[in-house]
Design a protein around this ligand. Structure first.
Ligand code: PXP
Length: 244
């Protein structure tokens, strides 16, 4: 089965825009569970622009489904992850000035450092996932450092779609397809995410090697019009259709 992880970061973005106590990302996470989410994803950024430390405490307390804790490879984040021991930890690149996680992690260049970085997380029982572009050298490096999971960055594929650059979109989809197969052949569990929408999800959901999609920003926007549960249920339906 293809799992759906719902990313609730942007409920916190809306809350923090006014410095208010609402909307509550934990309430959104519980609704997402009711709508059929198989997991909840949250990114605790260094600048705390959306999710804050207290949200992670509250999510760990409240969730019935696994938490996928997205974080940069910093000492601060490692300590937080080791304190909470979430089901999964996804290591992402992070730059303060970027609007979102714009590219995949440079694993190949930082191999030794990352191998040491993830070892205690694995020992603590977290499934370690590495967020990377569809690039063979990065996948091989992720495998060598001992990651169990890779998450393929679908942002470029989605951007090309909405920019009407369909040849480049299709080329990126071919790369994602080949690299999902390649990573699977190495024994890695393959996830994908970033920028996925109702229009772009099906070709990715149809890839048989992919076990999980993590989707947030579009779902939170769509929930303004449909409500959160129906927005998630429609995504789930499209994913199941693509797999059938
Ligand atoms: N996966 C990873 C590793 C991410 O960093 C993000 C964005 O935080 C997502 C999935 C979800 O992306 P989006 O919010 O664009 O659906």
């Amino acid at each position: 089965m293809l799992r759906l992880g719902v990313n609730i970061d942007h409920v916190a973005t809306l809350r923090n825009a006014r410095g208010s106590a609402y909307p509550d990302p934990v309430r959104a996470a519980k609704l997402a569970e009711e709508a059929g989410a198989d997991g909840i994803t949250a990114h605790l950024r260094e600048d705390r622009r959306h999710i804050v430390d207290a949200d992670i405490d509250a999510l760990m307390e409240a969730l019935s489904v696994p938490l996928n804790f997205e974080m940069a490879a910093t000492e601060e984040m490692q300590a937080i992850a080791l304190r909470h021991k979430p089901h999964a930890v996804c290591i992402v690149p992070e730059k303060r000035e970027e609007r979102t996680t714009e590219g995949g992690l440079e694993v190949a260049r930082e191999e030794n450092k990352l191998a040491h970085y993830i070892a205690p997380l694995r020992e603590a029982g977290c499934r370690v996932s590495i967020f990377i572009a569809a690039d063979q050298a990065q996948i091989e490096a992720a495998n060598r450092i001992g990651a169990e999971v890779i998450e393929l960055h679908t942002g470029a594929y989605c951007d090309y779609h909405y920019e009407g650059r369909f040849e480049e979109r299709d080329a990126e989809l071919r790369r994602l397809t080949e690299m999902a197969t390649f990573a699977h052949s190495l024994g890695l569990e393959v996830h994908a995410g970033h920028g996925l929408t109702y229009e772009t999800v099906k070709p990715i959901a149809a890839l048989p090697e992919i076990m999980e999609l993590n989707i947030g920003h579009f779902l939170m926007g769509e929930s303004i019009f449909r409500g959160l549960k129906p927005a998630i249920q429609e995504m789930r339906r499209l994913m199941d259709d693509a797999r059938a």
